[in-house]
Design a protein around this ligand. Structure first.
Ligand SMILES: [Fe+2]
Ligand SMILES: [Fe+2]
Length: 227
């Protein structure tokens, strides 16, 4: 079955990241939830090839897991920026948009995750600051094998990773452990699926940096036991 035959609602609630693409191409999955993607593209005069390429990119991102032992530090950094930093930069604004919509439309429901959009905004702010700092300071040091300087600031990044993990737990609590009412709309379903995908991506990201990138530093084990 081609992705073009799948309805907008199915895409929105079953593929993490799909709502961001649908929203960007102005394919209204709320209003035309039962429309297959092919018909929606025609209806909204979207660029078919570009939409397909965006979905293919999402699929590839979820499947490929390279053998990092073959990667140089530069390749590893490039992989992290492309597959995690740039992905979070897209994921989080979309999750804020979905959470704001759900809070506005479902404020009367006891399961409504009141305050969730603000919780995601805080995470966005912290994550952007952390990633910018990595890209401007730590990563260039690692690429240039400037290990002494990298070792000096590594404890700060490890500490912030711990803070991020705590924020992810708070995020899950704010979303009532992703418990949905039986009559939840597609926005709400997409929000919780997207949040779970974000949490998985963020955990993978932190794990890869802590256990693979930082571990390239000489004396890493003695350094990390000190932090
Ligand atoms: Fe990072
Ligand atoms: Fe990091």
């Amino acid at each position: 079955m081609s992705i073009l035959d799948v309805t907008l609602e199915k895409l929105a609630v079953e593929i993490p990241g799909a709502t961001e693409i649908l929203y960007r191409f102005k394919l209204d999955y709320k209003q035309h939830h039962s429309l297959p993607l092919r018909d929606a593209i025609t209806e909204y005069r979207a660029d078919k090839q570009s939409v397909i390429e965006e979905f293919e990119r999402l699929e590839i991102r979820g499947k490929i897991r390279p053998d990092f032992s073959q990667y140089s530090e530069k390749d590893l950094v490039l992989y992290i920026v492309t597959h995690y930093h740039n992905v979070h930069r897209k994921q989080l604004p979309e999750l804020i948009r979905l959470a704001s919509t759900v809070e506005k439309e479902w404020g009367h429901d006891p399961l409504c995750p009141v305050g969730l959009s603000q919780c995601i905004r805080n995470i966005l702010e912290d994550t952007l600051a952390h990633m910018d700092k990595e890209e401007k300071t730590l990563f260039p040091m690692i690429i240039q094998s400037n290990w002494d300087m990298a070792a000096n600031c590594m404890a700060i990044f490890q500490f912030e990773h711990g803070e991020h993990v705590r924020s992810l737990k708070k995020l899950q609590r704010s979303a009532h452990n992703f418990q949905l009412p039986t009559n939840a709309c597609s926005h709400w379903k997409a929000l919780y699926m997207g949040l779970q995908a974000f949490i998985t991506t963020m955990r993978d990201h932190i794990h890869l940096e802590d256990t693979t990138l930082f571990a390239r530093m000489p004396d890493y084990l003695s350094l990390s036991s000190r932090s």
